[in-house]
Design a binder for this molecule. Structure first.
Ligand code: ADP
Ligand code: ZN
Length: 218
């Protein structure tokens, strides 16, 4: 099954993607994660992307479209994929359709994680991420067993620079202006399903697995 997870930052897309990837054996493709990897590498693309990301602005379409198209050409996506945080603009959505079309593929389902602003801000400002494996925690909602240490791999937990309140507010504004029009785009295509991103991780997983069965995708 070919999935897109759409919704504001802090909707829980990354957390739910990780769960879905494990349960259904699909690759989790997060353009944010791929960009952060190139920032870590500290060259070319990464240097450029960092400026945008630290401000909470979008990285230019051409850059992200190239990254996504390359990733979707990898053989592990043949059995399906979970796109998390891509597309984020109408231009990216149109480009994705074009690229998938060329490969004789398409999107089965777009899960729209509707989330209130308060919940999103609370989740992002409290989020901690494992520097080694990327697993997401939350100081209150998903605390690690040991403070500052990843349960999965023992790596150190960090607070992303773009997870401070001012930058989070900017990311939410960018979402409203540039990403929200995709709701209409996919509604017209008939692939959009709205779910509540305010639910807990396990509760939402149950809702989604039921939805996949009904759509005969799993
Ligand atoms: P979140 O969904 O919590 O905002 P991500 O990890 O998905 O976090 O994205 C972090 C940052 O990476 C974004 O604020 C943006 O700068 C950049 N980014 C990720 N995906 C895209 C995209 N599809 N288009 C443009 N910029 C992107
Ligand atoms: Zn870890």
């Amino acid at each position: 099954m070919n999935l897109i997870l759409l919704g504001p930052p802090g909707a829980g897309k990354g957390t739910q993607s990780a769960v879905l990837a494990e349960k259904y054996g699909l690759p989790h493709i997060s353009t944010g994660d791929i960009l952060r990897e190139s920032v870590k590498a500290g060259q070319g693309l990464g240097l450029k992307a960092k400026e945008y990301m630290d401000k909470g602005a979008l990285v230019p379409d051409e850059v992200v479209m190239g990254i996504a198209a390359d990733r979707l050409k990898q053989p592990d996506t043949k059995k399906g994929f979970i796109l998390d945080g891509f597309p984020r603009t109408i231009a990216q959505g149109e480009n994705l359709d074009k690229e998938l079309n060329k490969m004789g593929r398409g999107i089965d389902l777009v899960l729209y994680f509707a989330t209130s602003t308060d919940v999103a801000i609370e989740r992002l400002t409290g989020r901690r991420v494992c520097k080694s494996c990327g697993f997401n925690y939350h100081i209150k909602n998903i605390p690690p067993k040991k403070d500052g240490i990843c349960d999965k791999c023992g790596g150190p937990l960090i607070h992303r620079v773009d997870d401070n309140e001012a930058t989070v507010r900017n990311r939410l504004k960018v979402y409203e202006d540039q990403t929200k029009p995709l709701i209409d785009y996919y509604t017209k295509q008939g692939t959009l399903k709205k779910v509540s991103g305010d639910m807990g991780v396990d509760e939402l997983f149950k809702v989604l697995s039921k939805l996949f069965k009904e759509a005969k995708l799993a």
